[in-house]
Write a protein that binds this ligand. Structure first.
Ligand SMILES: Nc1nc2c(c(CN[C@H]3C=C[C@H](O)[C@@H]3O)cn2[C@@H]2O[C@H](COP(=O)(O)O)[C@@H](O)[C@H]2O)c(=O)[nH]1
Length: 366
């Protein structure tokens, strides 16, 4: 938009304000849900099946109750840190700086994997295992001073941290080092080298913390242009899952106390669309469905990838609303629904069901 063109959105807001119809609260919004709805409304390759979403809401609620999904469940995963401490905040920050792109084009036996505690870990769990193993081996991988030290924190050392028990290396190793370097510099310049100070800057607002991460760290700024829309579509997946992991780990207390945690949306990755499609909630156009089944590469910010990510966010939001409509007192939000869907998809995959492959994008965003 050129400078001399009127900003119609701003004029509309001013008109509403002058008519007393607009209360501008200082509570921040992330804009993620608004962007997701816009893409959903303009999608031609992905649609939501409302009957399936209603059925899914009932099934998800029942299973979440039965499996007692709550923030406390986060700490029951054997690799997640248990201490409610600053070092756990640093661990989670490191983890969510690097929490992206673990999928492999190789068969299960040959894919990147980490041996730790006598078990073979793949995907997201390979990341958590690698960080735990590094700490056991005396590598200060969660310390932002280390990330900035170019003599100590080298690509070779990071290769050692993520050494695989197969022939395949972790994808995007150089990009992961760049994320640590940038984060170390920003923490040094703005937050006294402390992720705890970063959380404190949000003053108890989850939305504000997501916005701070997107503003101050390029590697968290997961936002992309969609067709002709002037404002970028914000997914902010790793920024949001960082806030969610802190909230869940600390069970809404201490560093995890956020008064607006319910503003966090589903995390637009490659796993949850997969299970939403399996449940019939997400429907794909034939060309898109074929491209996913043929395991084609999807470009970052491409129209198919944007629709998949945005419609997944919007789908989980509709499922959340349906659950709350039927169970107004249910302590459920998009985070817990997302965690449940991710874990369930992993159980389906571990049972060997490869019937619905996921879309494949290689990026640092998810
Ligand atoms: N939407 C969503 N995406 C999630 C997670 C998690 C793990 N969260 C744990 C914490 C609490 C929960 O109960 C989970 O146990 C990882 N991912 C993303 O998936 C991808 C990895 O997939 P795979 O290669 O198959 O492991 C990668 O983009 C990673 O960033 C989640 O919860 N939701």
């Amino acid at each position: 938009m050129s400078d001399d063109e009127p900003d119609l959105e701003l004029l509309a807001l001013l008109r509403q304000h002058l008519q007393g119809k607009l209360t501008i609260s200082d509570e921040p919004e992330t804009g993620v849900l608004e962007g997701a709805e816009y893409v959903y409304d303009n999608s031609i390759d992905v649609a939501l099946d409302m009957r399936s979403c209603k059925n899914a809401a009932a099934a998800i609620y029942a299973q979440m109750q039965q499996k007692e999904y709550s923030p406390a469940k986060w700490s029951t995963h054997e690799l997640h840190p248990l201490a409610k401490s600053e070092s756990t905040v640093a661990f989670i920050f490191t983890m969510d700086l690097l929490n992206f792109s673990f999928w492999s084009a190789k068969p299960e036996a040959g894919r990147f994997a980490i041996m730790y505690c006598g078990k073979r870990w793949t995907g997201y769990w390979s990341l958590v295992a690698a960080l735990q193993r590094a700490l056991d081996e005396g590598i200060p991988i969660t310390d932002s001073h280390f990330w900035q030290n170019e003599e100590e924190c080298t690509l070779e050392v990071l290769k050692q941290v993520f050494r695989s028990c197969t022939d395949e290396e972790i994808p995007l190793l150089e990009e992961r080092l760049a994320c640590l370097r940038e984060a170390g510099t920003v923490l040094y310049e703005k937050y006294e080298c402390s992720p705890v100070k970063l959380i404190a800057a949000a003053d108890g607002s989850a939305a504000r913390l997501v916005n701070i991460l997107a503003r101050d760290f390029r590697c968290f700024r997961d936002e992309h242009r969609f067709e002709g829309r002037r404002k970028p579509i914000r997914f902010l997946k790793r920024a949001q899952i960082f806030v969610a992991d802190i909230w869940a780990c600390f069970e809404g207390e201490s560093y995890g106390a956020f008064r607006d945690i319910d503003k966090i949306t589903m995390f637009a990755d490659y796993r949850v669309p997969q299970i939403l499609n399996t449940m019939g909630c997400l429907a794909y156009s034939p060309p898109l469905d074929t491209a996913i089944r043929l395991k084609k590469d999807f470009s970052t910010g491409g129209k198919w990838e944007m629709q998949l990510r945005a419609c997944s966010i919007w789908c989980v939001e509709l499922i959340r609303r349906e659950i709350k409509r039927n169970h107004p007192d249910a302590e459920i939000n998009a985070i817990l629904i997302d965690f449940f869907l991710y874990d369930t998809m992993k159980e389906i995959e571990e049972a060997g069901d490869e019937s619905a492959p996921h879309h494949r994008t290689r990026s640092i965003w998810y």
